[in-house]
Structure formats: structure tokens, C-alpha cells
Design a protein around this ligand. Sequence first.
Ligand code: SAH
Length: 416
Amino acid sequence: MPRRLIQSLPRPSDNRIAIQLFPRAERAIARGHPWLFAHGIKRQRRAGEPGDLAVLFDRDDRFLAVGLYDPLSPIRVRVLQHGRQATIDRTWFAERIAHAWRRRAPLLEQSTTGFRVVNGANDGLPGVVIDRYSGTLVIKLYTHAWIPHLATVVECMREVLEPESIILRLNRRMQAKVEHLHGLSDGALLFGRAISGPTLFRENGLTFEADVLRGQKTGFFLDQRDNRLLVEGLSRRRSVLNVFSYTGGFSVYAARGGATEILSVDLSSRALNVARRNFQHNQSDKAVAAARHHVIRGDAFAILSDLHDEGRAFDVVIVDPPAFAKASSDVENAIRSYQMLVRQGLDVMNPGGILVAASCSSRIDAQSFARIVREAGGKAGRPLQLLDQTGHAIDHPISFPEGEYLTCVYATDAPG
Ligand code: SAH
């Protein structure tokens, strides 16, 4: 079945599309930016299909870059290679994947089998993410332009990464355009054994499960691994509140770190059920087995307010909400929401406790986020001292400004 599905996909065209750029777009591409927006196109030799190769030229007809064309997206071309011509074939894809894989080698030595293997444009493969959960690979596409190349990419993944299964995930924008999917669907099996039920994997020696078919992102928030480890180090003999817990990643680490009590809060009962099971998967660890873990399902803002009314307080408060600013028009509201969360978080934080506040909105940069947190502390009458601020983990490398989205602030109320 998977083979038939893949073989029925359209193949890439042999004819490249020549595109000349306006000066501003030309400068961005020449500097190495991976995206060409539709409005940056001055002249285009012919119309094209998703996945055609586009060759970008400057005003003097000098070669700039080659990339994947997508008439369905405002990002019209995603650059595969800058500066010199390339034959984009199986060898080229295999090399990019192998290079990305080599960058992640240190993780294997940390008892970690769940990590990002390819982080889109940051690994030279724009619009595609590949995550690994033990023997299962999940390839998530963000543009229809990858569909004609999927058969080749899957072959390369099999050759370089030797998985047992390969699962396809599609972002929402792609799922909405069914007529361009050629029979592909979110959660489809592309290779190997069918997946039913959760996929178990290791992270820093702990066992977690991911729902690779339906879970958020590709089933787990792999990008928070380093922060989870830091939280473990902060948790000894402390009570920990994990707001927006999803499947309890931070909570299990806090338990291993020796937390006296852990409360996970999330809107999704499915995620909280998984959080409970993630504790079960780690009962061989004495601290996890002894941990007192509770969950509350509901809206974070309402629950924080209830906890405050009940006079509850914790030593470590983690707030890791979904991206509040998805579009530039959301930024102001997002800032207000982040400030509100910090204030509400501090309402249930013991004096001298630690607030761990994360943002995954690429439109709010790390410096602004630190300012938002500090200002919210000031307004709450709990001036904050920033202990640390972290960015991206080794498997989430960043090579262009828009690729940067995650930041996490560690703060405590300054000694008064
Ligand atoms: N900290 C998690 C990832 C958080 S993702 C980890 O390390 O794995 C964001 C989570 O926020 C999702 O699980 C989503 O279900 C939850 N969520 C979204 N809106 C919410 C709300 N208003 N109240 C509570 N949880 C919410």
C-alpha cells in the first residue's frame, strides 16, 4: 500500500523555471535567505507546478540560487542551494540528510532516541521537518512542493536513517488543499510497519510516548528537551506547577529531579492521559515512582486564577503556552497574554521561587520576551531577576531570523 501510494505521486518536471528578482528580494537571496515571496518576482519565464525547480537570477542574469517552486504559497520559492548550480537529485537529498544526521550524533550518547533530524531550511531542506522517535521517522511537510520529490526523499531516509517505519504529517494549510495532495493524507504510512498506538522513545534516559499519527507537531515537543533537563535540576525538594503541560514532559523530569509535588495543567484531556502514562513508563526510576503527580484539565488562565483563590503556591512555576503570535497582527495581543500569564504565574509562586516562562512565537524575539517577563513582574509588585535565558537545542539549529522561535526565561523575584 505505501509503495503504491508513493509511486502514484507526480514526478518533478525536467524543465526549470527561470525567475528574475526585484532588487530587494535579490539582496535577501544573495545574503542567503531561504525564502522568495511572490512579490519579489520581477519576471518568470513560465507558469509552474508545485515542486518544479526554480532558478533565481539577478538583474544581470547572474545565477543566485535554485529552489522549490510553490504557486499555492506566498513563499513562492524555497531555496535549496545558494551561490552555485546543483543537480537536485537523489544524491543531493541523501547528502543533505546525512549531513543533518551527523550534526545530531552527540544526542545518541545522551540516551536520547527522540530528536529532530532535519529542521527545515536550517538544515538546507526548507519546508520539511524530519523527527525521529526510536525506529519511527516522521516527515512533516509545510509545502506541496515536496510532493513530487517525496518518493526520492523517502528512499534517502531509508538509506541514511534505516527506520522501521516512516509516517507522513502535513501542516494545516496543506491539509486544507486536498485537491493538491494526490491521495496523501496526514498520518499516512510511507514505509514499513504500520503504527497503531503510541511510539515509545528515550530522552535523556527517560521513556516517553509520542502519538506520531495525530499528536501536536510530530507527536512531542522535542524542542524543549534542554529546558526539561534544566527544570529537573531545579526541582529537588520543590513543588512544581507545569502549566500547558501537554504530555507532561517537564513534569516527569521534575519528578526525576526530586520534586515534592507536581501539578500538570492542560486543556487537552488526551494530552493529560498521556502525561499520566509517561509517569507509568518511568516507574523504574525511584524518584519518579515516588512522585506525587496530579493533573487538572482546563483553561490555563482560569485554573491559575482558581489556584490563586484557593491560596495554592508552588516553588517552580512553568508556563509554556502555544504560540500566541502566529501573525504579525497578533503581536500586541500576544504581549498582553504573555504578561497576563506571568502575573498569574507569580500569583501562585512562592517568594524566592523560580518562574520558567517559554515563548514559541517567532514574531517575539528573545530580547523582547525577556522584557515582557521582567515588566510583568514589576507590574505584579514582584520585581524579577533573570537567572538564565535559553534558545535552541542542537537538533533545532537556526540559520535565518524567521527560523528562530523558541526562548525560555528563568527568573526569580529579586531579593527585597
Ligand atoms: N510544555 C509542553 C508543550 C506545550 S504545547 C511540553 O514540553 O511538551 C502547548 C499546550 O498548551 C498544548 O498541550 C495545548 O493543549 C495547551 N493549551 C492550549 N491552549 C490552552 C489553554 N487555554 N489552557 C490550557 N492549555 C492550553
